[in-house]
Design a protein around this ligand. Structure first.
Ligand code: GTP
Ligand code: MG
Length: 310
């Protein structure tokens, strides 16, 4: 009997949600960076285990929102949880443990606050979740057990897994458990499909990942990437044109860099990865435009599947 269902992966920004989804799927469907708030909209990846098809929904991190885009991102994450058959709450164990031992950075403390508010939200929704403690490759075993105990006592979790999305430790146990929780039914996607994102959008995401990797502070959050043209060429290669929108003229300058070096790096890194993902030669053309109001543009939200009016 075949099984199929939806699994929402929720958690504070930077917990490793996208890394976990990519690992379960077995290919890159969602971008990953060391910066918080990388994922901006729910991304679906498809993972298989025997006769079970698991549609994993990678969600934006849940945090205290300020901008319209933040609000829409957090709302999308909660909606993902609501609509799913199973909710996995992924927690960065290393950040929690650092805070509990008084060594936490400001970012760790922020993450711990977000975790507390997610637990509150899960409790209020009456949703039993699976707790997955992530990044066990960088924490001590005794501290991990103490943390497990504390979180389990909140009573919002059915079960706990300790994993490293980065190394894969513990992930197969989690996969088997998730597969067994899928309701009986026919598959949602063909067996060979691993992602549900258009190539144009994926291409924009790959470039946005490179922006996040290359520029810092507020600039990544002020930037957005759109694919404006995607043409198949007769020789089998793809010609992709993209615009990176930023909010201010100064940001445009930083993104271009001295003699255009920064943008060149971004374009080269993105082109390389797109060539790999698409399995053919890619010609990538990047433009940078200042559009103060891109984060207030209804069309942008629609493209990402985000609700503009939350
Ligand atoms: N050491 C370690 N690092 C990890 C692990 N999983 C993820 N990371 C790192 O944590 C950072 C954040 O990973 P992401 O997968 O982008 O996290 P996310 O939860 O999707 O983040 P947002 O999209 O911003 O909410 C990246 O630098 C990852 O390489 C892990 O198991 N161990
Ligand atoms: Mg992410």
């Amino acid at each position: 009997m075949s099984r199929a269902g939806f699994i929402a992966v929720v958690g504070a920004p930077n917990a490793g949600k996208s890394t976990l989804v990519n690992r379960l799927v077995g290919s890159k469907v969602s971008i990953v960076t060391q910066k918080v708030q990388t994922t901006r909209f729910p991304v679906r990846g498809v993972a298989m285990a025997g006769e079970s098809q698991m549609v994993l929904v990678d969600t934006p991190g849940i945090f205290t929102p300020r901008r319209r885009l933040d609000r829409a991102m957090v709302r999308a994450a909660w909606n993902g949880a609501q609509d799913a058959d199973v909710v996995v709450h992924l927690v960065d164990a290393s950040a929690q443990i650092a805070v509990d031992s008084g060594r936490g950075s400001a970012a760790d403390r922020k993450a711990a606050q977000d975790v507390a508010s997610i637990i509150e939200g899960l409790g209020a929704a009456g949703r039993a979740a699976i707790l997955a403690l992530n990044k066990i490759d960088v924490v001590r075993r005794d501290a991990l057990l103490a943390l497990t105990q504390t979180l389990y006592e909140t009573k919002v979790y059915e079960t706990v897994f300790m994993i490293s999305a980065a190394t894969g430790a513990g992930v197969e146990d989690l996969r088997a458990d998730l597969a067994s929780r899928m309701p009986e039914g026919t598959w949602f996607y063909p067996a060979d499909q691993s992602a549900d994102i258009s190539t144009r959008l994926l291409a924009a995401e790959i470039t946005r990942e490179k922006v996040y990797l290359r520029v810092h502070e507020e600039l990544p959050y002020a930037a957005n990437v759109r694919t404006t043209a995607f043409d198949e060429r007769r020789d089998g290669s793809a010609r992709i044109e993209q615009t990176i929108f930023v909010e201010r003229e100064g940001q445009r300058g930083i993104l271009l860099g001295k003699n255009g070096q920064t943008l060149k790096w971004i374009g080269e890194a993105s082109r390389k990865e797109l060539t790999e993902i698409l399995g053919r030669t890619v010609h990538l053309f990047l433009h940078v435009k200042v559009r103060e109001t891109w984060a207030e543009d209804r069309d942008h939200f629609a493209e990402m599947g985000l609700d503009f009016d939350v």
